[in-house]
Design a binder for this molecule. Structure first.
Ligand code: NAD
Ligand code: ZN
Length: 360
């Protein structure tokens, strides 16, 4: 069976294509061959699992340690040392092969090297395919917080090959499903119905279902990024569930919950916030979302995620206040009214949030 692939254009300037399919890495190889020289940045896990990938390019490799701990300015500096050693000039490029950590870190190095060189993303996690590889946000973490040093630097091409997903550990698979759910709710009824209908095929990681769902998420994200490349307004809808998620991740210690799993729980809280504040319009939506989450194995609460010692709700709300998307210390939320209709910048009071987080 030949699987259909999709091309989604992201209408930033310059614009670029996102290819979604199975068996597509020749596209990035063809692209890279047109550059003067290329450095491939990969993490240690992806390198050991997919060492043949892109090997026909015969390009120098920079292998970074796997995981969030490597998303630092130190790694960016080591990538730039490797770029210098490989004599990558202004017409050269970086190919980022890996999950969101590799994409965010290598993308920042591409933004800085020679004041910005071209780069390609080959996302290998579900999270990176449905979300982080599109939109050009690059960043690394500081001790003071996540993603504090970064730049907008759009890639020149993104090649999302679902074949990589076959080796994903379960926690990373679920993490990607959390962002998939978020994007489907933002898309609307069509998005929600799509993931509901695809659920059994997704559970089997059937490539056609994966391609379909990844392409739909990319299309939705591309739409928002094209209209608001620098996240001044509309693009902020993609933060659905994230103010809660980031605060839970901070309060529990980063790495306790995979990011997308925290986003799933954060989305449940956002739906509850919408309901309790009288904004929810489609009262069947929370039940529908939670039913899908249970069917795919995504926890809807911290207890379902195996976390039995709850973080102090006041501490979680204090972390929400520090979220960099807030204005003047007031917590601002994205709340769904129904699938496809969301309001952003909703300010809420402290007591309401503390009660809500206590139910996480
Ligand atoms: N730039 C953006 O717009 C954006 C959006 C969302 C998230 N992010 C960032 O993305 C990061 C999370 O991304 P992630 O979840 O992909 O994390 P990740 O890159 O750390 O990957 C998760 C784990 O899976 C491993 N892995 C990757 N591909 C694999 C494969 N095919 N098979 C087996 N193992 C594989 C990695 O080595 C790692 O251990 C966070 O740092 C977050 O801040 C960025
Ligand atoms: Zn996210």
């Amino acid at each position: 069976m030949t699987l259909e692939s999709h091309i989604v254009r992201v209408g930033t300037s310059p614009s670029y294509e996102v290819h979604v399919g199975a068996g597509l890495t020749h596209l990035v190889e063809d692209w890279a061959r047109q550059r003067s020289n290329v450095l491939v940045v990969v993490d240690a896990n992806v390198h050991s699992l997919h060492s043949k990938s892109l090997s026909s390019l015969d390009a120098p490799l920079f292998i970074m340690p796997a995981g969030e701990v490597a998303k630092t300015l130190g790694t960016v500096e080591r990538i730039t040392d490797a770029l210098a050693k490989a004599r990558v000039d202004r017409d050269g490029a970086i190919v980022a092969l890996g999950g969101g950590v590799v994409g965010d870190t290598a993308g920042l190095a591409a933004a800085l090297w020679n004041r910005g060189i071209a780069w390609a993303q080959v996302p290998t996690t579900l999270l990176a395919q449905v979300d982080s590889s599109v939109g050009g946000k690059t960043a690394v973490n500081l001790r003071a917080g996540k993603n504090l040093v970064g730049a907008f630097h759009q890639p020149s091409i993104v090649v999302a090959d679902v074949r990589y997903l076959a080796t994903l550990p379960r926690a990373e698979w679920l993490s990607g499903l959390g962002e998939t759910l978020k994007t489907a709710i933002i898309e609307g009824e069509a998005g929600l119905t799509r993931i509901e209908q695809a659920q059994p095929a997704l559970a089997r990681q059937q490539p056609d279902a994966l391609i379909d769902v990844v392409a739909a998420c990319v299309t939705q994200k591309a739409f928002l990024v094209s209209r608001d490349p620098h996240e001044r307004g509309e693009r902020r809808l993609l933060n659905l569930g994230h103010t809660f998620a980031h605060a839970l991740e901070t309060a529990l210690g980063h790495g306790t919950l995979p990011h997308g799993v925290a986003v799933g729980i954060g989305t449940v809280l956002a739906l509850r916030a919408s309901e309790l504040s009288g904004k929810l319009d489609d009262h069947a939506l929370p039940r529908r979302v939670e039913a899908w989450m249970r069917a795919v194995g995504l926890p809807t609460t911290l207890a379902e995620a195996g976390i039995h010692t709850r973080p102090n709700p006041q501490a979680v709300v204090a972390a929400m206040r520090l979220d960099k998307k807030n204005a003047r210390g007031r917590v601002r939320l994205v709340l769904p009214l129904r699938a496809g209709v969301l309001v952003r910048d909703v300010e809420t009071d402290e007591g309401f949030l503390v009660d809500l987080v206590a139910q996480a």
